[in-house]
Write a protein that binds this ligand. Sequence first.
Ligand code: BGP
Length: 466
Amino acid sequence: MTTKKASFPEHFLWGGAIAANQAEGAYQEDGKGLSIADLMPGGLMKGIQENSSEFNLYHEAIDFYHRYKEDIALMAEMGFKAFRTSIAWSRIFPNGDERTPNEQGLQFYDQLFDELIKNGIEPVVTISHYETPWHLVKHYDGWKNRKLIEFYTRYCETIFKRYKDKVKIWMGFNEMNNAHTITTAAAGIVIREDENRLQAIYQASHNMFVASAVATKLCHEIIPDAKMGAMLSLSGVYPNTCHPDDVFEAYELRRRSLFYSDVLLRGQYPNYINRIWEDHHVHVQMEEGDLELIKKYTADYLGFSYYRTTTHKAGTPFIGHTGGVLGTPNPYLESTPWGWQIDAKGFRYVCNELYDRYQKPLFIVENGMGTNDEVVNGEINDDYRIDYVRKHIEEMKEAVRDGVDLMGYTYWGPIDIVSAGTGELKKRYGFIYVDRDNDGNGTLQRMKKKSFHWYKTVIETNGEIL
Ligand code: BGP
């Protein structure tokens, strides 16, 4: 039995993560169609505003589309092993239901992945990250419509064949469980007033489960040495008190998220979902062969986001706790200015919780601190961000000692990008500052923060020097 304090595995994938809609901009360039994010000024919590004249930061974001070479050079300077981003579906299929892809869109991601590989950085790709083509939402009702399985399959086949020699780590949907909290962003559905909300959510979820299975099958056929992951929003959930009602409802709320990883990693619907569907009059339409596909093509790993923990008080609405929604305050934890409660020990807890449940490799593809940064005398001394990340990496190291199999850690927002929940640039995550504010003012110039140099050392020493 070794007694040495375990460090991270030799090929641990240190890096960072962004999403196309939050960074690229160029929202109608080179043939790209509108995605749902392009119609959500003010962020994904507010929902679609089709004819809004409100300024939308996602349209130009941080102009990563034109500046990716400069940004990747900065990631390489930090020593990144991996870089997660998404392919914007509507760059490849502008409306989503076309039969032939947009070649200019395909060319952009060819160049992006080439640039990463040239810099020794492994691309980690999210296939759909809150960027469903608007046309599929408006004319098909999003993932409620089974037709989306066909469109998504065509999209996956196109990008797997195009990038099979460049991308080996994929994940299907970003935070699929957020279908319950930010339904349009995560499932491309707009719930109508008179509609059974959970019926719509679970029908869309089933269609996404089938699509995930088909995508996994295709991925393994076209790129035999690739991995296809599930990806969920799994910041922790605690009971508000030790009262049994709080404890059990918190357990049920947590299981509402773990339901998604249960299906995607275990390959079948768990028994407990039947009572939930019965209690809420949910009747999911399935077709012949669906359950066999789900069973046969399970995910190779579980990717997840962890930012914070929230607490649940029995009897309060079940809406919350992912997708940026807050719970009841935890008196033992500090909060960010956006009310996200900082809980590094909770990170170790969740890593253990998930590995104990699935015994499959875990990949932390989002963890980070969004907060205000101030440029003082040309510098940004973000000691608070260093402190947040240091504490989370320390707990991640403890999780490795606990026996958790971790593939990597891609810090969310290594460069300032537009937030998902609020559509702001003011809520900054980056080790790299971008000179642009919520109103779109600024030069878009990049600047290294103090944390840039700190994270470089973390990676150089494989997490030993924090
Ligand atoms: C996750 C999303 C990311 C990212 C992150 C931070 O739910 O997967 O896209 O945005 O949240 O949230 P926010 O940007 O609202 O601070």
